[in-house]
Design a protein around this ligand. Sequence first.
Ligand code: HEC
Length: 296
Amino acid sequence: MRNLASILRIIALTAIAWGGVELLFETDPGQLAIIEFPKTLIFVGVILLVSIAIEVSVAALRFTLFRSLSVEKQEKFLASENKLANQLKAIFERLPKLLTKSRPIEEEGDIALDHNYDGIRELDNKLPPWWIYSFYASIVFAVIYLARFHVFNDYTQIEEYKAEVAQAEIDIARYKETAKDLITYETVTVLEESSDLEAGKKIYDNNCVACHKADGGGGIGPNLTDEHWILGGGIKNVYKTLVEGGRPGKGMVAWKNDFSPYELQQVASYVLTLQGTTPADPKAPEGEVWVEEETE
Ligand code: HEC
């Protein structure tokens, strides 16, 4: 009994520490703070160890103190401990009776009504308290509900729905903010923010001009300003070329290890802004004219 109580106390304390950590640290949606910030796991672990240590030392102390008592006092001590345990046990045993107020079968004779339908008799049981108080609670609930929604018209179901959808949209937008790198060939789109295009231009100027020229006119690599594409135009194909590189041996490497998917999306978007510009010394068109397929 006492061991069980110790274990419960240790679990409770550790759970409180963990709960506190989860409340205090902002995490990405669906992520646990102890996983995102592993240092907090150490904190929870320390709390666990400390609470075990406390329980062990308290138990040891009790044991030594107990041994130092005279036999008579030991008995008194045990009796007082048992008294508490017995009281708890008594409450647990009485609980079902308190909740139902049922009469034992032996006493049913006292509450039998004199109705008798072909041998089926009726008992005059008290309404079980658990039921009757739930019933009162439901009346209170109904009064408040009626006043709030039918008298004072707090908000309607439609408004509630709209508010939830709006909140969900905010959550989705926030999730996408933190998950910019979840881009794939299927989902990549052209970025139009000037900050993104500037970031793309920066990466282009630092990594691509040697082969494609600063104005995209082409050199070792093909001209990026005309509508002719060797590996396909449009954001999806350009993104794919950047992630996977060109055909083997042509010189265009895969960039996926140098840049994050989001950065590659920025460069790809920037490359597409070069379309239709007139470079100083353009390389002759290579590949097919790319026509964007109609998407429904
Ligand atoms: C070492 C030279 C070199 C560098 C550096 C280079 N490229 Fe290329 N790039 C090429 C070559 C060569 C091709 C043609 C590949 C093929 O034919 O398969 C190409 C193809 C491309 C294509 C496809 C063009 C088409 O017609 O389909 C794009 C888009 C592209 N490069 C963008 C970039 C960007 C953006 C960078 C910088 C991050 C870059 N390249 C860096 C040499 C290079």
